[in-house]
Design a protein around this ligand. Sequence first.
Ligand code: MN
Length: 193
Amino acid sequence: MPFELPKLPYALDALHPHISKQTLEFHYGKHHQGYINNLNKLIPGTKFENATLEQIVREADGGIFNNGAQVWNHTFYFLSFSPGGLHEPAGRLAEAISKQYGSFDSFKEEFSKSAITLFGSGWVWMVKKEDLTLDIVQESNAGNPLRNGLLPLLTCDVWEHAYYLDYQNNRPDYLQAFWDILDWKVISGRYEG
Ligand code: MN
């Protein structure tokens, strides 16, 4: 069965003014959809024809990996937002962040720095390691930490298509907006899972 663009749990104008409707129309409607279309064209006749998206992310290479991981990454990214979400981590994730980074603000500072300094296109991730501690990792292009045995909890897309219409080349302003639209209920739930 072909992969499909997941429905978003909010309207395309719901993240305004942090992320505009126009950005979502392109980023979700064109880029995310484009990766899905490419993936669906690439997999017939390969061993990934009946694979799950996660199997593709973990095992594929080349174009199938690039498009499959971009589908996974974008779905994960868009589902982390909510116009009326929880603004701070909760439960065991809140404890883990305080223990490791001292405070939520220090964590945000470190994650933002990692996102702002990532050279070129890619994704910055907060991950849960096997020993239950956290880490912040930079990945280039379509990179996904599942390939290194890490559990993704949060990601920021730093490809220019994620922010150029709203913030042009100003990645730090985009990061500022990013913190305002995250739903920490969703993100904290990933740590528990
Ligand atoms: Mn993107």
